[in-house]
Design a protein around this ligand. Sequence first.
Ligand SMILES: [Zn+2]
Ligand SMILES: [Zn+2]
Length: 145
Amino acid sequence: MAHDDHGDDTPKNLTKNEAMVYEAMKLTDRPQKAYDLLDVLKSSGVRAPMTIYRALEGLEQKGLVHKLDALNAFVRCNHDKPHEVETFLVCDKCSQVQEIETNTSHATSVESNVRAVVIEKGFRMSAARLEIKGVCSRCVEPAAA
Ligand SMILES: [Zn+2]
Ligand SMILES: [Zn+2]
């Protein structure tokens, strides 16, 4: 089910504005705020922040982008399969965000652990989002000083 190239083609079922925002989000892997996207899309004639917000909302509902609450920004989803637990590694230094793909064993163990804890509390989980902050592998200082 996994497509290695997922995220490079723009899905067909998008509105004109959603497609435009999605295209703009492809320009970088960093999380983007609505105003960053507005800047990018100004040259295409987009003036209203509301246009961007609506498009982001639509894209989020279609599972193509994720909102990161801590950063108040959006990233593109990097896999096809829907996930119960969305897990993101957020670098404090370069603000790069890496999403743990659902079809990896890491994601599976995160999901099953989270689910076990939740079930134990008698809670019925619909969705969860983990934002793990720290320093990414590229920003970690070399060990020697
Ligand atoms: Zn995702
Ligand atoms: Zn980093």
